[in-house]
Design a protein. Structure first.
Length: 322
């Protein structure tokens, strides 16, 4: 397959590098210093488990022109940058498939309106990555924990989604094809936002969070409230195994969270949280709209979201966010 990875941050670089190393035809769109760095030295990757370093020579481009042709554009950008890229993608009608690869609590309507329903695919990475010198240090999550998850809007197992899954698996990423990717993404936001808020509450330190019972309890209660919000909006909790968070005793969840926060890989998995504050704030506003539609009280979420940037953050106003 001919890929364009649109975005040369940590995750975009990881997927571009691994796909290129698996003999896929890959280009990555980068700008400024990152563009020159990739041109000069390729994409350097460091396995977060073994420490092994590899270099992937990858074609790098500065823009997507209307006449450029790819099989798939993989958009790996923070949510707050999505609006600026939609007109560029709309102008390029020679690429039949565009996978928006990241957080989204607002649904796919803006993407569909910009480029057409038939071109839109949704996905989410099954990996974490942070910079380490000139390299990207990464950790690929297991199929049991969180595989790379992709899907068609209608949930079908189409030929292109099967081909894309095969390419990603060949690059070393466990893959799951979701039958309701929109629900999967909203469930993920309902779970990950309280986790990020708890991390901020603990000063950004996973070890400190592991010993902060107040922050962990607020996180668990916020996740449960978020699931209530999704159900009230007719959104199924996806994948279904996440429903255990609704009925497991809080004390057991806290025990499991503490153990997770002490794992060796947690620094990589949560390493992007501070850099992603603007994205978390936007996602909180998107989720707040779901709360308003559901008319569900969310005192724990209200308290947790304040840790995104303090009480001045707009989602806590009495007026709905603009």
């Amino acid at each position: 397959m001919r890929f364009l990875v649109y975005g040369a941050g940590n995750i975009g670089s990881l997927y571009a590098g691994r796909l290129a190393q698996s003999a896929q035809d890959v280009a990555i769109l980068a700008r400024g210093a990152r563009l020159e760095q990739i041109r000069r030295q390729g994409i350097e990757l460091e396995d977060g488990v073994t420490g092994e370093r590899t270099t992937a020579p990858v074609e790098v481009v500065a823009r997507l022109d209307p006449n450029d042709a790819y099989d798939v554009v993989l958009v790996v950008l923070p949510k707050q940058r999505m609006a600026e890229v939609l007109p560029v993608l709309a102008a390029n009608d020679r690429t039949p498939s565009v996978m928006f690869f990241g957080n989204n609590a607002a649904g796919p309507d803006a993407m569909i309106e910009a480029i057409g329903r038939d071109r839109v695919l949704l996905g989410f990475p099954g990996a974490a990555a942070v910079p380490r010198g000139d390299a990207i240090r990464y950790f690929i999550t297991s199929a049991r924990e969180q595989p790379t998850t992709i899907g068609e809007l209608d949930g079908s197992k189409s030929a292109r989604i099967v081909e894309l899954a095969s390419a990603l698996q060949g690059a070393g990423f466990p893959v799951s094809v979701a039958t309701n990717m929109d629900a999967w993404l909203k469930t993920h936001v309902a779970k990950v936002l309280p986790t990020v808020c708890a991390l901020y509450q603990a000063g950004g330190d996973p070890e400190q969070l592991a010993s902060n019972d107040d922050a962990l309890r607020l996180m668990v209660r916020s996740i449960r409230e978020g699931f209530q919000v999704l159900r009230a909006n007719g959104v199924p909790i996806t994948p279904g195994n996440h429903r255990v968070l609704e009925w497991l005793p809080e004390s057991l969840i806290l025990f499991l969270m503490r153990r997770m926060l002490k794992s060796e890989a947690i620094a990589i998995k949560l390493g992007h949280a501070e850099q992603g504050r603007a994205e978390w704030q936007l996602l909180a506003k998107e989720f707040r709209l779901l709360i308003e539609r559901a008319d569900v009280r969310t005192p724990s979420i209200d308290a947790a979201y304040r840790h995104l940037s303090g009480p001045e953050f707009a989602v806590y106003d009495d007026q709905p966010p603009g």
